[in-house]
Design a binder for this molecule. Structure first.
Ligand code: BJW
Ligand code: ZN
Length: 228
C-alpha cells in the first residue's frame, strides 16, 4: 500500500500546505478550508480554489507518481490512498485511487447534492452553478470538520490493516483521520517506509526512513525492487 500527501507533487510544481512557501502561509486555514469560511465568503474561497486549479492544470506527474502507478501492475493487491486533490496520480496512470480529501476536479451542488466532474479551466462561471437546479456549487474537496468520503476512508483503513508494507510519501501526517492509516498499518504488523526530505509526525512509526525527495527516492526503491 502507498499513502501520499502534498510532497509527492512538490516536484511537479504543486505547492504543499505547511511550512515555508506552503499554501497556508499567510492565509489562515480557517479563512479558506472550512465550511464556515465558504458560507461567509464563497467568492473568496472559490477564487482560492480556482487559482489552485489553474496551477495544477499546468502541472505534470513526476517520476514519483509514475513509480507508484507502476506498482499496480506489479503487485496483485496494491492500494494507493492519497490526501491530494490534484489528480496527478490518475494523470500518471493510477487506477482506483482512494482520494481521501476529494478532488479539485469535482464540484457538488449545495442544494440538490449533484456531484460532477469539472475539468474546465478557467471555470466558465465563478462560482459555478448547478445545471439541474441552478443553485451554487462548492469545490469537491474535504474541509476541516467535514467527514471524509466514507467509501474511500473505509477502504483505505481496511487496506492499511492488512498490508505487508506501507510506503508513506510526502506527508506531514498531522491531519486525521488520514494520518491514522499509518498507525493502523503499524499496529497490524506492516513494515512502514517513509519517504520525506524533512521530519514528519511519523518519526516513531516508520521502520525505514528515506530522507530525500520522492521523485528521486521512489525510482531508487523501484530499481532495488527490480533486482529483487
Ligand atoms: C516532500 C517533498 C518532496 C516536501 N518529496 N516529500 C485534534 C486531534 C486530531 C484531529 C483533530 C483535532 N482537531 C481537529 C481535528 C480534526 C481535523 C484535523 O486533523 N486537524 C489537525 C490538523 C489537528 N481533521 C478533520 O477535520 C477531517 N475531518 C474529520 O476529522 O471529520 C470528523 C469530524 C467531523 C465533524 C467534526 C469533527 C470531526 C478533515 C480533514 C480535511 C483536510 N483537508 C485539507 C484541505 C483539502 C482541500 C484543499 O486542498 O484545499 O487537506 S487540509 C490539507 O492538509 C489538505 C491535505 O490533504 C492535508 C494533509 O497535508 P499534507 O499532504 O500532509 O501536506 P503538508 O504540506 O502538511 O506536508 C507536505 C510534506 O511533504 C512535508 O512533510 C514535506 O516535508 C514533504 N515534502 N517536498 C517528498 N519533494
Ligand atoms: Zn443542484
Amino acid at each position: 500500500m502507498a499513502f501520499t500527501g502534498a510532497g509527492v507533487s512538490a516536484e511537479s510544481g504543486v505547492a504543499t500546505f505547511r511550512g515555508a512557501g506552503g499554501l497556508w502561509e499567510g492565509q489562515p486555514v480557517e479563512e479558506v478550508a472550512t465550511p464556515a469560511a465558504f458560507q461567509a465568503d464563497p467568492d473568496r474561497v472559490w477564487r482560492f480554489y480556482e487559482q489552485r486549479r489553474h496551477s495544477v492544470a499546468r502541472a505534470r506527474p513526476n517520476p514519483a507518481h509514475t513509480v507508484l502507478a507502476g506498482w499496480q501492475d506489479r503487485f496483485p493487491t496494491y492500494t494507493l490512498a492519497t490526501q491530494n486533490v490534484d489528480g496527478l496520480h490518475q494523470a500518471a496512470g493510477s487506477r482506483d485511487v482512494l482520494e481521501l480529501h476529494g478532488s479539485l476536479w469535482r464540484v457538488r451542488c449545495l442544494s440538490c447534492g449533484r456531484d460532477r466532474y469539472e475539468p474546465l479551466v478557467p471555470l466558465p462561471q465563478l462560482p459555478p452553478r448547478c445545471a439541474t437546479c441552478g443553485a451554487m456549487e462548492r469545490p469537491g474537496v474535504v474541509w476541516f470538520g467535514e467527514f471524509l468520503p466514507p467509501g474511500a476512508i473505509e477502504a483505505a483503513q481496511a487496506a492499511a490493516g492488512t498490508c505487508e508494507v506501507l510506503v508513506v510519501v510526502g506527508t506531514s501526517a498531522v491531519v486525521y483521520p488520514a494520518a491514522g492509516l499509518v498507525g493502523i498499518a503499524a499496529a497490524a504488523g506492516a513494515r512502514v517506509i517513509e519517504i520525506n526530505p524533512a521530519e514528519s509526525a511519523l518519526a516513531e512509526l516508520a521502520d525505514v526512513v528515506l530522507r530525500g525527495p520522492a521523485g528521486e527516492m521512489l525510482p531508487l526503491v523501484n530499481e532495488r525492487l527490480r533486482e529483487a
